[in-house]
Design a protein around this ligand. Structure first.
Ligand SMILES: C[S@@+](CC[C@H](N)C(=O)[O-])C[C@H]1O[C@@H](n2cnc3c(N)ncnc32)[C@H](O)[C@@H]1O
Length: 638
């Protein structure tokens, strides 16, 4: 599966020195968002489109007033060269000769500035900018270097803007001093952090269900605010975007002001958050790590903290409010089993240990799937075969101890991967029952294979799908000549649930197993008007559109992974001029804001045809006790 977190940035740009009538072309290696993001993730598209680029802060949460993408960089190479004979204290005393670079096009980052400087044989000592700023600061170690920079850079044309460079901070005694940790950016003395008196279990709960301390009403209020902030951030993004656009393009953003005025600063109206019918124990799928607790005892639960932060402690899940009681009971018994086993739990440090992961997928059809993942280490085949037999006996007995446990699928997987978690790289072997379980959604029975995506909160998903269906039907009316494109269709749930309302459904999905499931699900439910294409949307869209009949209209539902889709998917969608109605289902609107912007940005070479406008939005709380929330946005275009 493609890693959608990485969006490549083409930093190719034309830089023209108006004064010297000199043109320079800078070609950067494409870099990734991951590299370019700071404390808060920053997503950006190509600088080629920099007049129409937007920045999204991942944490547009209630704390977003503190979001800061400011980046500061010291040219360490320079530092080392210049300070070979200097100790740290003399380095601290180095005088800076600072400039301010004004009227920068937006989204120029420090690597871009370094390229520009290098082109003019300049080298800053320190540089500071923020992707939201249209200015940057740079400093040099001598007045000569500063003057040289001003001479070469002032008036330089970057993209649509002539930059303005001025010397600042002539107080040569001013140093780059590290701000003491108790002083805020604004110079205020910060209150000392209160001592963390939480128990380890509370820390775990704060990590996996950060809203568990709030009443549900407050959780909903916070989620409403998070989503509203995304919709108001879109307005601000478009306003900023407009500042760097030619008149012709800018005029295509006129609707933003009207929409914002009509919706109290939001890009479109938004409904109240649709509450989850179940607030606790709702997760139909849980993945439990098998590891060691603080005392080194084999434990099944969730990892406290992150491995990259050096934490490998696993804590029990007894207090976790979103885990079903039946899953807790299975964990409790299986933990006992693992503790009694002479094989150790896997430890990522050193990659030793056998027991790795326990997955439970329990559905309302009363079909329960359990997956046990192990690391084979250098155990003999006989030994592993024996362990499998032991597992069959253990889980068969367990059904007599936990009355409502009905294991219709016990699967065993060996994985020698370095990182923890589910993997599709190795086969799953069926130890009990079948490889599949089933769940019922809006009266339709879906087969779920072990690795397939399926919404984790079945009850709330029915509400979500009902809205998607209603919004699609709005566009359909009674006319059944409409084709529904189920984009990122997974196992086909969305399309199949509404197949009766459409002339036909075309699902596009890149995961082969999911497409096999989707075809099976359609057939098993007697649905004949569906067709599935196993491909990337960006590759398949054009072909699909070429087959749309003259008498047919199209409406699309896009339900991508958490991070949204790659920009090429949005481009492909925009290129299909016949697609006028798109319903975007996002499980992390902050992460997907770039997609929203790209759907709506003015027409350009990169983003063809008319732009979409969001006409309404409705959040759904599919994940009570956590920060997460599903947001459905209805996009339309003329
Ligand atoms: C959140 S799941 C949605 C599945 C489905 N709509 C459902 O509700 O069961 C996202 C799906 O998008 C698929 N996907 C991601 N990028 C894709 C792309 N560029 N083209 C096609 N499918 C993609 C993934 O394989 C994954 O199955």
């Amino acid at each position: 599966m493609e890693d959608n977190n990485k969006r490549s940035i083409d930093t190719t740009q034309e830089i023209e020195n108006v004064e010297n009538n000199k043109k320079v072309k800078i070609n950067d290696e494409p870099s990734s968002v991951e590299e370019s993001s700071s404390v808060n993730e920053v997503s950006m598209t190509s600088l080629e489109e920099s007049s129409s680029v937007e920045v999204s802060t991942t944490n547009v949460t209630e704390d977003s007033s503190t979001v800061d993408n400011t980046k500061e960089e010291t040219n360490t190479e320079n530092e080392n060269n210049n300070n070979n004979n200097e100790d740290n204290s003399s380095k601290e005393k180095q005088t800076e000769f600072k400039i301010k670079i004004e009227k920068l096009p937006q989204y120029i980052n420090i690597p871009d500035l370094r390229k520009i400087f290098q082109k003019y044989e300049l080298r800053f000592w320190k540089c500071k900018t923020n992707l939201k700023w249209d200015f940057a600061f740079a400093s040099f170690k001598s007045e000569e270097e500063r003057q040289d920079a001003i001479k070469k850079l002032d008036g330089l044309r970057i993209k649509t803007s002539n930059i303005h460079v001025i010397p600042i901070n002539d107080n040569k005694e001013k140093k780059f001093e590290k701000r003491p940790s108790n002083i805020s950016r604004k110079g205020n003395v910060k209150e000392p952090e209160p001592e963390d008196t939480r128990t380890p279990n509370e820390k775990l709960m704060d990590q996996v269900t950060p809203f568990w301390r709030f009443e549900y009403k407050k959780q909903i209020f916070k989620k409403s605010r998070i989503n509203r902030k995304v919709l108001s951030a879109m307005v601000r993004n478009f306003e900023q975007l407009g500042r760097y656009m030619e008149e012709k393009q800018k005029s295509q953003l006129g609707w933003v002001k009207e929409a914002s005025e009509a919706n109290h600063g939001l890009i479109c109206p938004i409904d109240e958050v649709v509450k989850s019918p179940v607030l606790t124990h709702y997760r139909n799928k849980c993945e439990f790590t098998i590891g060691h607790d603080f005392e080194g005892k084999k434990t099944i639960g969730f990892l406290l903290g992150l491995f990259r932060e050096g934490i490998t402690v696993v804590l029990g899940i007894e207090d976790c409010v979103h885990v079903p009681e039946k899953a807790k009971a299975v964990v409790k018994h299986f933990q006992e089993y693992v503790r009694n086993s002479d094989l150790d739990a896997f430890n990522r440090k050193g990659h030793k240990g056998f027991w790795r992961l326990l997955t439970t997928r329990f559905y309302k059809t009363n079909e329960d799937m359990i997956i046990v993942q192990v690391h084979p280490q250098d155990l003999s085949r006989e030994r592993i075969e024996q362990e499998k037999k032991n597992l069959i006996t253990f889980f068969t007995d367990l059904m007599t101890k936990i009355p409502d446990l009905n294991i219709t699928s016990l699967l065993f997987q060996e994985s020698d991967e370095v990182s923890n978690g589910a993997t599709e790289k190795t086969e799953m072997e069926v130890l009990i029952g079948s490889k599949y379980v089933h769940e019922n959604l809006l009266g339709i029975n879906f087969r779920i294979s072990p690795n397939a995506f399926f919404q984790v909160n079945t009850d709330a998903t029915q509400l979500l799908y009902t809205t998607i269906r209603d919004w699609c039907i709005d566009s359909v009316g009674k006319d059944k000549k409409i084709v529904l494109l189920d984009l990122c269709c997974g196992t086909g749930t969305i399309g199949i649930c509404m197949a009766q309302y459409f002339k036909r459904i075309v699902g596009i999905e890149l995961c082969e197993q999911a497409v096999i499931d989707a075809r099976y699900n359609a057939e098993a439910n007697g649905i004949k008007n569906v067709e599935y294409i196993c491909a990337k949307i960006e590759d398949a869209m054009k072909g699909v559109f070429n087959k749309i009949g003259r008498d047919e209209e199209v409406v699309a539902v896009l339900d991508p992974p958490r991070t949204g889709v790659h920009v090429s998917v949005i481009q492909a969608i925009r290129e299909c001029a016949g697609l006028k109605h798109l319903i975007y289902v996002s499980c992390d609107a902050n992460a997907a804001i770039q997609n929203f912007i790209d759907l709506c940005r003015p027409t350009s070479n990169k983003y063809k045809n008319n732009y979409f406008k969001p006409v309404r939005a409705r959040p759904f709380d599919l994940f009570p006790q956590t920060r997460h929330c599903e947001l459905v946005i209805d996009f339309k275009r003329d």
